[in-house]
Design a protein around this ligand. Structure first.
Ligand code: OSB
Ligand code: MG
Length: 369
């Protein structure tokens, strides 16, 4: 395969409602799509980060520079670029997993399209539809939270994740359990908002029968997570802390997590994400697919991954309408609490040109064009 052109398409798409977490509030999906044109086919991907480095160190403007100056030149210089060669070609560049994932995914999309193979088939998917969970932001009041959760359950979502932070944890969890019952699959995500000194406080969550608590402590504190896990009954799940199959294996070996959130972008792409799935599965550790409020371009490949056999918990793979009044692809819709796994070639979706044009802020060629 020969790469003829790499283009970034910056988009800004309003969210249907503000999304507040322990690290900030988002009101717009403000990111870029990566568009790769090869001699065989075209491919698309979505950069998963935000304009500000609040969830992770990467951010939109920085990622464009890293792609332009360090990642794209190494990949286009390969005699015959393929997705499997992207990781080795960029391994000398430290970090920047989200930017690497965007490049690998767009190339993988183009490559699979040229073979007429779906990403789901390529990764080894065993399901045609996957159960949908939904991530619920921090609200102004418990009453507002209960209304929001009620609305999502009425739509059919099968699992609820509550964002928590100090001051918004026990009370909202207690209220959701009291209103919707003990059978509701319920979990929480702290996005690193606590420290090990909060152990006794976090142990109070044990009585609510949560599926898991996600990333309670600092992202570079695997030892702390292991200490916490030894003192609480709720399973610890890691998100921000895990960047590769190797550190996932380390975290599992030290009992720093009993569940794994796999976000392909956070680990450098779908090939590493599949390796994490394999490592976790070999240890009997359940995994689920996280999200980054993606448009349809980022959601489609996540659904393919979530169809692998080790994904035994519902993911943050919600319908397009949970995020956007209008998505830039054909919308993903909830059907009986599930989303359909795309089965067409590559990621199985592409931007709707007219909609993409309306949401486009800026286009820039990084190579060729
Ligand atoms: O920690 O899982 C997270 C969104 C942006 C950044 C980090 C996270 C999230 C979510 C939302 O929880 C998941 C989604 O619905 O896409
Ligand atoms: Mg998380």
């Amino acid at each position: 395969m020969k790469i003829e052109r790499v283009e970034v398409v910056h988009v800004a798409i309003p969210l249907v409602s503000p999304f507040r977490t322990s690290f900030g509030t988002m009101t717009t999906k403000d990111t870029f799509l990566l568009h790769v044109v090869t001699d065989g086919a075209e491919g698309w991907s979505e950069f998963a980060g935000d304009p500000r480095p609040l969830y992770c160190p990467e951010f939109v403007a920085g990622a464009e520079i890293v792609l332009r100056d360090f990642l794209v030149p190494r990949v286009v210089a390969l005699p015959s670029p393929t997705a499997a060669l992207v990781g080795p070609a960029v391994s000398g560049i430290k970090g920047h997993e989200l930017a690497k994932a965007a490049l690998e995914t767009a190339i993988l999309d183009a490559e699979l399209r040229s073979y007429g193979m779906s990403l789901a088939g390529y990764l080894g998917a065993v399901r045609e539809r996957v159960p949908a969970g939904v991530s619920v932001g921090i609200k102004e009041s418990v009453a507002e939270l209960l209304d929001t959760v009620e609305g999502y359950l009425a739509e059919g979502y099968l699992r609820i994740k509550l964002k928590i932070e100090p001051g918004w944890d026990i009370e909202p969890v207690r209220a959701v359990r009291a209103r919707f019952g003990a059978a509701l699959p319920l979990q929480v995500d702290a996005n690193t908002a606590y420290t090990l000194a909060d152990t006794e406080h976090l142990r109070r969550l044990d009585e609510f029968g949560l599926l898991l608590i996600e990333e309670p402590l600092e992202e570079d504190n695997l030892h702390g997570h292991a200490r916490l896990q030894s003192r609480i009954a709720t399973r610890v799940c890691l998100d921000e802390s895990l960047h590769s199959a190797r550190d996932t294996a380390s975290a599992i070996a030290m009992d720093a997590c009993r569940v794994v959130n796999i976000k392909p972008a956070r680990v450098g792409g779908y090939l590493e994400a599949r390796r994490i799935h394999d490592v976790a599965r070999a240890h009997g550790v359940p995994v689920w697919c996280g999200g980054m409020l993606e448009t349809g371009i980022g959601r489609a490949p996540n659904l393919a991954l979530a169809a692998l056999p080790g994904f035994t918990l519902p993911g943050d793979t919600s319908a397009s309408s949970r995020y956007f009044a209008e998505d830039i692809t054909e919308p993903f819709v909830l059907d009986d609490g599930h989303l359909r796994v795309p089965s067409g070639p590559g990621i199985g979706v592409e931007p709707l040109p007219e909609v993409l044009r309306r949401f486009t802020v800026r286009r820039q060629d990084l190579y060729g064009g």
